[in-house]
Design a protein around this ligand. Sequence first.
Ligand code: HXC
Length: 529
Amino acid sequence: MDSDVKAQENQGPKSHEQLIEELKEKRKEIRAGGGPKRIEAQHSKGKMTARERLNLLLDEGTFEEILPFMTHRHSDFGMDKKRHPGDAVVTGFGKINGRMVCIASQDFTILGGSFGEVQGQKVAKAMDLALEAGVPFIAINDSGGARIQEGVYSLGAYAEVFWRNTQASGVIPQLSVILGPCAGGAVYSPGLTDFIFMADQTSHMFITGPQVIKTVTGEEVDFETLGGAAAHSSRSGVAHFVGANEEATLQLVRKLLDYLPANNAEPAPAIPPADDPWRMDPELNTIVPTDPNAGYDMKVIIHKLFDLGSFFEVHQNFAQNAIVGFARLHGQVVGVVAQQPMVMAGVIDIDASDKIARFVRFCDAFNIPIITLADTPGFMPGVMQEHGGIIRHGAKIIYAYSEATVPKITVNIRKGYGGAYIVMGSKYLRADIVYAWPTTEIAVMGAEGAVNILYGKQLKNAENPEEERARLVQEYRDKFSTPYTSAAAGYVDDILIPEETRPRLIAALELLKNKQATLPPKKHGNIPL
Ligand code: HXC
């Protein structure tokens, strides 16, 4: 008999104290992550550890860890000497502002947070729990990607997560928080989730990095320019929220969750109304210039209409000609979709189409009524837009509004020309209630363009073409550049004095609280992607 075993036998069974002590030691080891040196290296990059992030994100003392002892069983490439209980991710559940979430937080201090078979199994378990329990799932990403030493086991583990992301889509909110590298195919789990958060300067997302790009296309680009928070929040639209640092980013996650239901069977969380439902701000009456070419800031209107301080913008830096975000009306959560006339006159281009359509679909999936404030001169002209597929992108907005069965209330603020009028939550797409302000102009196109087409020849032969043009433009404007034609046709339910809008929206929302609408039976539609 081996002498060690003999010695243990002589000692007899371990006492309860010893067993508990042993467990405490193991816990300590697990919680120490990759150790002080690697934690220091992490801090020196302006990054927190996986557990520090959980401490900040979750309500104090609510985190319950699961699978902390899971350890990989691979041996190739010296992996038998690189085992750490819990592997490179911390998983579990906890509360955010009193509401439960499931969570996975990658630990860069262990093997660079690399995603191996066990990490995949741990994340999958947290996702399964989230789906079964009907609570949001949050992934905090900080990883070198697929664990190279585990080869196809690592790829399979990723794929299992992608599959779960897709199954959970539209059932529970899924949030990705990028707080370090997220490269290669690893980006597709965040890419499948509802919202992506990034921390400025310390997070990067890309399919192929600067080196590969240089080899393949010859382009020279650095990490930040290629896939930093600024690039993804303003250019690609991949990221919805950016925090100045990790702490600010995690606070944004907490804030967003306050607007979201836990799952698609629940209403969004209402709060006791704190603002006067009858608040009528007379400044609204004059905020839209009567000169159709003068701009104004739609965000001022949004702040005045919704509960004070409640507007939480999504995609703030992307496609700024459109505005989307969550707000509250008399305590109820709503999704706000609007144009921003200050940016490109509020025209709808490819990016704005994607931004609006995706947001409308999220709201519809999660029982959030949609309030649309429409003011657009139309779709963006140009070869780039046409060849970029504005037809199929713009169609997404029509599709999203048409299939949305949540309460839909639209206020036409000013311009509604052509197809763009139809797509912005019009009656035809089954908006429940459509209002218009007196400044509304609904027509096939703007007066100047219409006159050129209708009276081109007449103007050429006119004695004083400019005078004649001005007269015809005014005539067209008087006829079509008012909301009264649309109201007479029944396309607009009422014309509002702008200051009345807040109480009228609250009343409409109350009416539609229990709205029931269904779509024709189908497996799923075929939204033009
Ligand atoms: C195994 C990895 C790893 C990986 C990093 N590490 N990435 N181990 N698999 N993918 C290890 C490093 O070897 C190192 O271990 C430790 O993590 C810390 O990494 P450093 O390089 O020292 O850190 P840093 O300088 O901050 O650089 C971080 C990094 C770099 C930029 C992420 O590590 C890197 O380029 N990693 C590889 C990225 C990559 O190409 N991944 C595959 C992407 S493709 P030691 O022990 O030496 O400290 C992919 C496909 C997914 O993910 C497909 C899904 C379908």
